[in-house]
Design a protein. Sequence first.
Length: 402
Amino acid sequence: MTTDLSATPVRRLLRGRFGWFFAGRTVDMFGSSMTTVALSLAVLQASGRATDLGLVLAANIVPMLALLLLGGVLADRASRRLLLIAANSVSAAAVGGIAVMLLTDRYHLAVIVALSLVAGAAGAFASPALRAIVPELVADTDLQRANALLAGSGHAVRILAPTAAGLLTATAGGGWALAVDAGSYVLAAVLFLRLPAGSRTSPTAPAMGRDLVAGWRVFRSLRWVALTSVSFAVVNAVNVGPWNVLGPMLVSSHGGPLGWGAVLSVRAAGLLLMSIVAVRLVFRRPLRTGRLLGVLPALPLLALGVSGEPWIVAAAAFAGGLGFTISAITWDTALQTRVPREALSRVSAFDDLFSFVAIPLSQLAVGPLAAAVGAGRVAVLCGVAYLVAALLPLLGEEMRRG
């Protein structure tokens, strides 16, 4: 690992076409981060029924999983710029439609679920394009810095956007919060208009089904990608549910709700700090470094199970945030530099699908498991499983050499 003390590359990156993408991506993420909070609060404000909220949130995630691979195919066939503009425009229309319904006191669950499905589908088409367009905008030598800048803005947005959504909902109402959210998608689409046109579908392009199969073959042939994607699936299965469900329960039993809020804030600080530091670092073996430091997010789970004391869990969560950020940045950079450019969106879509599909299962299973064997024991077992799964990719020679 070396350190680049020059600020010139960062200033250069933030000028021109990557600067427009950085701004658009930040605004896009602000809107996406606001959506879940604003939509949740707005639906509860309008209906008061938790069942309605569950249906609306499920409607948002299901099409994301179902259409992710199709989004990857389209992002490899067509202009990624146009796909991002279209996805943000559709999201703006869907979220704006929900806002209008709430502002006019015309709450209809079926219509809101349908619009939530549309917004989720738009996200499925945007996600593969967002990762794959970055190599079109910067040189390979600048990819790690670009990804670190994107990660830093993303972590900052995830801290600010939920608070903004909550304040807007509490003061102006859920409809206005969603209206602002819709406006952020429009602004992102306008900023993406400044990006270069990029690739377009070839008149002789194969059928989409064949394109998808070809993408799967590329994904499967890159064993380091396939192995790491399986690792991510296990990591999410043993982390997302236990952290989000058992975390507040175990920490609150020692320090109350304020303790859990402090833990999340300290973790966010670790995520953001490492994003800033990674802009200046150059890793000689980024894949290996990312996997080794990627074990750090196991520490908060272990701290939950062993102690549950807020200050202990917060310290572990800070370290976990550092490791999670480096793992994500080095992984995105590796995919962008080592996967064939013409298949990058499809490979990214398969990687994302493996990563995301375990999350709902994790959230459903953790409650019954905790009731059966104890919340602390489940947290410790999940921490150990995370540690093993995070190191699994190092069994491959490509990862050890990378």
